[in-house]
Design a protein around this ligand. Structure first.
Ligand SMILES: [Zn+2]
Length: 335
């Protein structure tokens, strides 16, 4: 099943059927009522698109801009520029050794993480921020709230393809929002604020091969795809960030948590075994200014908006921030 965000479904239907968003909304609501609330809003919108003869997916494979890459797509081709390269990780499960590496890449429409396995993972050593990369034959998986491009042995990764230039929607021009203005549909936006609260990190067991969560049964960990495994650990850190307009709970998984804590995986895992060691780190984080790129996400359980980090800058350049503020003030004055 391909996951198209609701706002994109609305955009497609309204533009192709020539109806307003309000008209569509009432159609969606009556469809949901008709089906006694057994379907989601997205599901209802899919049915309406069908009834109106509108195709929601034109290209389910082939060359795509990053913003059009959706979870569930297969055989995706895309181009981007590396923004951040993560550490190559090695694992050993049941005598099978493996490697996994990843990097974040962007184009003019957004950014996405690319995940490489086995021998292909070695190619990450040739990639540095700014390297242009072409990916083909990849499939898309959702992980910790973000889409990832996964490569397998049939996929291709071309480093520095000839004759290609890419404009990246980089952090300097990305869309800055005040926390009070954040909406649950905001994607690829940036916030800047002060850390005002730090929660204890949480750790969970994952399959070392595919990073899926694994659960213990009789003290044995099993992954649905890779059988019994010696679990690896993943982790998440929650911070409350305040920018003067409001505050928000922000969520940092794995590498982003390592960046916030300025710590390696080994160091982070020490906090799992000795949580008391985290107290000192907590105090050093409070009051720091942090710049986060990511997306807003509705926490249905607490009925509030949270911010999911996709990339984080723990040392934002103050001069750059002041220049940016000046530019925004000027823009506001002339408009
Ligand atoms: Zn697995």
């Amino acid at each position: 099943m391909i996951k198209l965000p609701y706002e994109q479904i609305v955009e497609k239907i309204t533009s192709k059927a020539g109806i307003t968003a309000e008209e569509l909304e009432s159609k969606v609501n009556s469809k949901m009522e008709q089906l006694s609330g057994l379907i989601s809003k997205e599901g209802a919108a899919h049915i309406i698109a069908n009834e109106l003869g509108i195709k929601l997916f034109e290209a389910t494979s082939g060359k795509l801009q990053i913003k059009n890459i959706l979870a569930g797509l297969r055989n995706v081709e895309t181009l981007g520029k590396a923004i951040q390269v993560y550490e190559l990780r090695e694992f050993n499960t049941n005598g099978r050794a493996g490697k996994v590496a990843s990097f974040l890449m962007g184009d003019e429409t957004g950014n996405i993480r690319v995940v490489l396995w086995g021998e292909q993972a070695e190619m990450v050593k040739q990639i540095t921020p700014g390297t242009i990369v072409k990916v083909a034959g990849a499939y898309v998986k959702e992980n910790n709230g973000f889409n990832e491009l996964q490569l397998n042995e049939k996929s291709q990764l071309v480093i520095n393809p000839e004759g290609i230039k890419i404009e990246v929607k980089d952090s300097k021009v990305s869309y800055r929002k005040q926390i009070s203005e954040l909406k649950e549909t905001d994607n690829n936006v940036e916030i800047l604020g002060t850390i005002v609260q730090v929660f204890d990190p949480r750790f969970f067991e994952v399959c070392p091969e595919c990073s899926k969560r694994v659960k213990a049964e009789n003290e044995v960990f099993a992954c649905p795809d890779h059988k019994v495994v010696e679990p690896d650990y993943s982790y998440v850190l929650n911070l409350v960030v305040d920018d003067g307009s409001d505050n928000i709970r922000t969520v940092f998984f794995r590498e982003n948590m390592e960046k916030v804590l300025k710590a390696s995986k080994e160091k982070v895992l020490e906090f799992k075994d000795s949580p008391e060691k985290f107290e000192e780190t907590k105090n050093t984080l409070l009051g720091n200014i942090i710049k986060i790129n990511g997306r807003a996400k509705k926490n249905l359980f607490f009925d509030r908006i949270e911010f999911l980090a996709n990339n984080v800058d723990v040392n934002p350049d103050p001069e750059e921030e002041i220049k940016r503020l000046d530019a925004e003030v000027k823009k506001a004055e002339t408009s």
